[in-house]
Design a protein around this ligand. Structure first.
Ligand code: IMP
Ligand code: MG
Length: 182
C-alpha cells in the first residue's frame, strides 16, 4: 500500500522550535487569560481536527469558567504543505452556535485561508461572539489579514511538526514543536 505516511518517513525531525516546557507554560497562560476575558459567561471551544486536539485538551484544563467543546474537520485542497483556500467540511459541528460565545481553537495559522473560511462559515451562524485562539502563527506566510485574539507563539517560515501538527499524518505525538527537514 502506497500511503503518504511512507513518503513522510523520508523527512526527518529537525531543530526544536518550541520545547515541551514552553508549550505547557504558554498554554497555561492562555487558559488563564481566556478565563479572565470570558468571566461570567460560558464558552464554546471549537477545535479544528485533527491538529488542534492536543492543544485544545491541554488548554481546556486551564480554563476555569463553564466550557463546552465541539469539533469541526475541514480539508483544504492543495499540496502537502500549501493550502489553496478552497475548503471542504468533512465534519460539521454537532450543535448550533447561535448566541454562543465561540472560540475557534487552531493548531497553526499559515496562509490564514483555512481560518478565513471558518470565520466566515461560523460567523454566518450568528454566534454571540466569535474569536480565534491559535497555538502557532507564521506571520511571514500570511496571505489574508485575520483577527487572531489569542496566539501562543510566532514562528519563522518553516514547516513544523509535533504537539498535534503533522506531516502526512506523522509526528503529531511529539511533545514539542520541531522543524521538518526534507
Ligand atoms: P492555512 O490555510 O494556510 O493557514 O493552513 C492552515 C492549516 O495548514 C493548519 O491548520 C495545518 O493543518 C496546516 N499547516 C500549516 N502550516 C503547517 C506546518 O508548518 N506544519 C503542519 N501543518 C501545517
Ligand atoms: Mg494538517
Amino acid at each position: 500500500m502506497s500511503t503518504p505516511a511512507r513518503v513522510a518517513g523520508e523527512a526527518a525531525v529537525g531543530e526544536v522550535l518550541v520545547t515541551a516546557e514552553d508549550l505547557q507554560r504558554r498554554v497555561a497562560e492562555l487558559g488563564e487569560e481566556i478565563s479572565r476575558d470570558y468571566a461570567g459567561r460560558s464558552l464554546l471551544l471549537v477545535g479544528v481536527l485533527k491538529g488542534a486536539v492536543f492543544f485544545l485538551s491541554d488548554l481546556m484544563r486551564f480554563i476555569d469558567i463553564p466550557v463546552e467543546v465541539d469539533f469541526m474537520a475541514v480539508a483544504s485542497y492543495g499540496s502537502a504543505t500549501d493550502s489553496s483556500g478552497v475548503v471542504r467540511i468533512l465534519k460539521d459541528l454537532d450543535a448550533a452556535i447561535e448566541d454562543r460565545d465561540v472560540l475557534i481553537v487552531e493548531d497553526i495559522v499559515d496562509s490564514g485561508l483555512t481560518l478565513q473560511y471558518l470565520l466566515r462559515n461560523l460567523g454566518s451562524r450568528n454566534p454571540r461572539t466569535l474569536e480565534v485562539c491559535a497555538l502557532l502563527t507564521k506571520p511571514e506566510r500570511r496571505k489574508v489579514d485575520l483577527p487572531t485574539r489569542y496566539v501562543g507563539f510566532e514562528i519563522p517560515d518553516r514547516f513544523v511538526v509535533g504537539y498535534g501538527l503533522d506531516y502526512a499524518e506523522r509526528h503529531r505525538n511529539l511533545p514539542f514543536v520541531a522543524a521538518l527537514e526534507s
